[in-house]
Design a protein around this ligand. Structure first.
Ligand code: NAI
Length: 255
């Protein structure tokens, strides 16, 4: 069972939908005070848990981060910010030969520069027991064809390890989770062949759900993960662990 997070203040980016909304809901249920931020100004589609406070923030905007930092400083007083979950992300499924500079910059901006700005802004509010969780991707462990997305997630792994090294002496843990294919708005328009191939190459032979990632995030925020830092945790049914060898194994089994 995931430990309670009563009284902990956490920030989750990209929390208006998909995995971020699921993480916000779970952490709120576990007792955390959740500052859910997203670039979208659309009203949340479901009723929010009373522990969730929603506000608009673009992760690529330094002024937005500075504003949030000032608001949090006033609210937290001398309590540390317990967690920053860098979940916001976008994809753009162009291959290496076709990617345009503007799309490359946009994807790197949200997926890599955004978490860096968030860490810069909010790490000063953290202390012993705090943690940062970056949401990577199975793409960040493989050579997935959407080049900007894949490169951004590989970069996020580097940022994670630098931050874990930098903030370890202050008792701040930094980890990254790597979801496999999860049905959200991001994957709704994925090519059907991509969905089928992902399933065929996943040893657990089923897709993941936002709840699987949220439970992992909740564990990493909690004291139960008190000595876990600099870790990369795939939440992908062994997709990346098997590295495509499932295909060979299945063929050999079939004879
Ligand atoms: P989603 O598209 O449902 O949610 C992403 C959220 O990020 C949206 O609410 C969007 O408005 C927000 N966002 C986009 N740009 C933003 C910005 N500049 N500032 C603040 N918020 C912004 O996608 P999903 O699946 O929930 O993705 C969450 C994370 O999981 C992303 O980092 C994604 O790369 C990662 N991921 C998703 C996988 C999947 O299969 N769905 C697989 C592996 C990783």
């Amino acid at each position: 069972m995931t430990p309670r997070l009563d009284g902990h203040t956490v920030v989750i980016t990209g929390a208006a939908g998909g995995q971020g909304a699921c993480e916000a809901e779970l952490l709120a249920k576990l007792g955390a005070q959740v500052i859910a931020v997203d670039v979208t100004t659309a009203e949340p589609q479901t009723e929010l848990h009373p522990n969730i406070r929603f506000s608009v923030l673009d992760v690529t905007c330094e002024e937005d981060w500075a504003r949030l930092r000032a608001q949090l400083s006033a609210v937290l007083k001398h309590e540390p910010l317990r967690a920053l979950i860098n979940n916001a992300g976008i994809t753009h499924r162009a291959r290496l030969g076709e990617i345009e500079r503007a799309d490359w910059d946009r994807v790197l901006g949200v997926n890599l520069t955004g978490p860096m700005l968030g860490i810069q802004a909010l790490a000063p509010l953290m202390g012993e027991g705090s943690s940062i969780i970056n949401v990577g991707s199975a793409a960040g462990l493989t050579a997935h064809y959407p080049v900007a997305y894949t490169a951004s997630k590989w970069g996020l792994r580097g940022l994670t390890h630098v931050a874990a090294t930098e903030y370890g002496p202050r008792g701040i843990r930094v980890n990254i989770v790597h979801p496999g294919f999860i049905e959200t708005t991001m994957t709704a328009n994925a090519p059907s062949a991509m969905r089928a191939a992902q399933l065929a190459l996943t040893p657990m032979e089923r897709m993941g759900e936002s709840e699987h990632v949220a439970q992992t995030v909740a564990f990493l925020v909690s004291d139960a993960a008190g000595y876990i830092s600099g870790a990369e945790i795939p939440v992908d049914g062994a997709f990346t662990s098997s590295a495509g060898v499932k295909y060979m194994s299945d063929r050999i089994r079939q004879g």
